[in-house]
Design a protein around this ligand. Structure first.
Ligand code: ADP
Ligand code: MN
Length: 301
């Protein structure tokens, strides 16, 4: 099979995967409603089982600075159930403190048996739904919106998980995805014991030329090999860790066949070139774009 065939198969997998996901999720909702498993007793049982792991975010542990509003905003019942699931599956032991709070998600430091993890929890409030609706068209007049919206968030999170997998498969530096459940994504923690890695935007980089070359190489490999364009690649979504760039926040990444993929690609490269120019590198967009599209990557496989 040549490269094109592989690409097509991949896309097919994508859409059928998403369809299956949707079906499973709706089925799950129906089942859960009819079984009424969210009755208080079970809920409190579950909660007591995971409470120890949540000491940090409950503000009971050593992290006194935690804002209790974070808890109300992020940890609704279904999110707690996702954490419960991830904990019983062994992907997560403790959830400690927030690393970053964004409009659409909170990212937490956590631990598992294998060491520290980063846990990205997508908000499921109405504001987030509205944001996601910018990307996915829907008819507001139909009922059951909140479920439908929740489902969209879950699909979005799963997309980030799979995009991470796909990029990692090609040896690109991204956090290794570990597990995903509903609106919660567990991935490799990028940082040290003291603090998470800074964003490239906030980092002092001694070798910008080398970093730029890597990022162009990253974009070329993602486009040519992984059939993926990041879509929001800027110094805000790149972490600076142990002298190297690690790309994050890949949820909006799309395959080449997406109607906007080329627009996204140009925008991504533009952002990289802007960063390069700010760091004293003399490079132009056309040149960088040419490299991304024409770079010969065949010897690296
Ligand atoms: P958002 O959609 O809110 O921009 P990001 O995926 O960019 O979400 O994550 C927000 C912030 O969380 C990042 O800027 C970074 O500081 C931190 N972060 C995200 N993923 C990780 C990770 N794997 N390890 C350490 N910090 C992370
Ligand atoms: Mn981001």
């Amino acid at each position: 099979m040549d490269e094109d065939d592989l690409g097509e198969l991949d896309e097919l997998d994508d859409s059928s995967f998403e369809e299956a996901e949707q079906k499973a999720f709706i089925k799950d909702l129906d089942r859960t409603d009819s079984f009424g498993w969210m009755n208080e007793k079970r809920y409190s049982n579950m909660f007591s089982k995971i409470e120890k792991g949540l000491q940090g975010v409950l503000g009971k542990g050593q992290f006194e600075w935690v804002d209790s509003r974070v808890f109300d905003q992020v940890f609704d019942r279904l999110t707690l159930m996702s954490l419960y699931k991830l904990m019983t599956q062994g992907h997560l032991d403790t959830l400690d403190f927030p690393i970053a709070r964004g409009k659409e998600a909170h990212v937490f430091h956590g631990t598992s048996d294998n060491g520290p993890v980063a846990v990205k929890i997508f908000h499921t409030s109405n504001a987030v739904f509205k944001n996601l609706m910018k990307y996915i068209e829907g008819d507001q007049r139909f009922g059951g919106l909140s479920r439908r919206h929740r489902k969209l968030v879950d699909i979005w999170v799963r997309k980030e998980y799979r995009n991470l997998l796909r990029l990692a498969k090609w040896g690109l530096r991204v956090p290794e995805p570990i597990a995903v459940h509903k609106n919660v994504l567990v991935m490799e923690y990028i940082g040290d014991a003291v603090s998470p890695a800074p964003r490239l935007r906030d980092a002092k980089v001694e070798n910008p030329e080398e970093v730029f070359d890597y990022l162009i190489h990253f974009t070329a490999t993602a486009w040519q090999k992984a059939n993926l364009v990041h879509g929001d690649l800027s110094a805000y979504n790149i972490l600076w860790h142990e002298g190297k760039a690690v790309v994050i926040d890949v949820g909006q990444g799309v395959v080449q066949s997406h109607p906007k993929s080329e627009e996204f690609l140009v925008r991504d490269v533009k952002q990289l070139v802007r960063w390069a120019n700010q760091n004293g590198i003399d490079v132009e967009l056309a040149e960088a774009l040419y490299d991304v599209l024409e770079m010969n990557l065949d010897e690296e496989e």
